[in-house]
Design a protein around this ligand. Sequence first.
Ligand SMILES: C[C@](O)(CO)[C@H](O)COP(=O)(O)OP(=O)(O)OC[C@H]1O[C@@H](n2ccc(N)nc2=O)[C@H](O)[C@@H]1O
Ligand SMILES: Nc1ncnc2c1ncn2[C@@H]1O[C@H](COP(=O)(O)OP(=O)(O)OP(=O)(O)O)[C@@H](O)[C@H]1O
Length: 307
Amino acid sequence: MLTETAYAKVNLALHVRRRREDGYHDLESLFAFVDRGDELSANARADGGLSLTISGPFAHGLDSDDDNLVLRAARSLQISVCPERSRGTYAQRPSTSLGNLAGVGVHSSGKLGANLHLTKNLPVASGIGGGSADAAAALRLLNRLWGCNLTDRALCVIGETLGSDIPACVISQSLRVEGRGEALEPHDLPGLSGMPILLVNPGIPLGTAPVFRGWDQVDRGPLDTSCLEAVISSGRNDLEGPARALVPEIADVLERLRSTSGATLSRMSGSGATCFALFDSPAACATAEQALAAEYPAWWLMSGMLR
Ligand SMILES: C[C@](O)(CO)[C@H](O)COP(=O)(O)OP(=O)(O)OC[C@H]1O[C@@H](n2ccc(N)nc2=O)[C@H](O)[C@@H]1O
Ligand SMILES: Nc1ncnc2c1ncn2[C@@H]1O[C@H](COP(=O)(O)OP(=O)(O)OP(=O)(O)O)[C@@H](O)[C@H]1O
C-alpha cells in the first residue's frame, strides 16, 4: 500500500486582476502549503477498476461516488497513460493536449486499477483546496503505484483540466501563481518554510463560484512577492469582501486572529471561509490554538508548519 498527504493550501495573498471572457478570473497569488492535510492511500488492482472509501472527521460532507475529485483524477490519469480507456465506460479525455504523453505506452494492457482510501481531515468547501489537494495527491500516488513515471509538469497538465488549484497542489511547495491558476513559479521566500501557522474555519461551507461572482471587478493592483514583508504589508485577499458578504462570521475570525499575540499575518485563504495566522514561534501558535479552542468550540482549528 502507498500513501500520500494532500497538503492544505493557503493563499498568503490573492489579488484578483481581471474577469475573463471564459468566466474565470486572472489572479496573482502567493501559495503556501501546510505540512498537514488529508491522507490518501491506495492498493493496486489487477482488474483495472477503481474504488474509493472515505473516513475521518469530514467524511460525512462528501460522497465517494464518481464525481469525487479523487476518482476523477484517477480516471484522467488512466486515460492519459492509456488512451484506449477513453472509449467505453471512460467517457472523458482531458481536453488539454498532452503531446506524446500517451506514448509512454507502459500500460497499453489497460489494467491500471486501485482501491483508494481517503481520510478527510480538512473541511469541505473551505478555501484551503481540500478537494484540489486530494486530486493532486491521487495523481502523485497513482503515478507511483502504476509506475507511470510522468513528470510533475505532466501531472499539472492533467490536473488543470479538473480544477484551477490542482496544478499548484501537485507541487505543494510555495509558489507564485498567475492566470487561472496554471502559471506557476516556485517562490521560496526566506523564512517561509517551517513557519508556524494556525488555520481557523467558522464551521460554514462556502462555494468558490458565488464568491468570485461577488467580486466588484475593481483591479486593486499587482502583488509584490519580492519579500515576505511586502506580502504582509501590501498583499490582500480580494475575495475577502465578497466572502464576508456571504459568511459574516469571517469578520469575527479575522478580528480574533488579529488580536492574537505573536501573529505576524492574519488573512483569509482562497475563497474562504478559512482564515489563517502566521506566528513568529511555535509556542505562540500553540497558545493561540488552545485559547481559540476554549473560546470557540464550534470553530475548526488546525495548526502546522509551512512546507
Ligand atoms: C480561489 C482559489 O482557491 C485561489 O487559489 C482558486 O482560484 C479556486 O480554485 P478551484 O477551487 O480549483 O476552482 P475551480 O474548481 O477551477 O472553479 C470553480 C469556480 O470558481 C471560479 N473561478 C475559479 C478560479 C479562477 N481563477 N477564476 C474563477 O472565476 C469559476 O466560477 C469556477 O467555475
Ligand atoms: N475529495 C474531495 N474533497 C473535497 N471536496 C470535494 C472532493 N471531491 C469533490 N469535491 C467537491 O468539490 C467542492 C469544493 O471542495 P473543496 O474542499 O476543494 O473547496 P475549497 O476548499 O473551497 O477549494 P479551493 O480553495 O480550491 O477553492 C465541494 O463542493 C465538494 O463537493
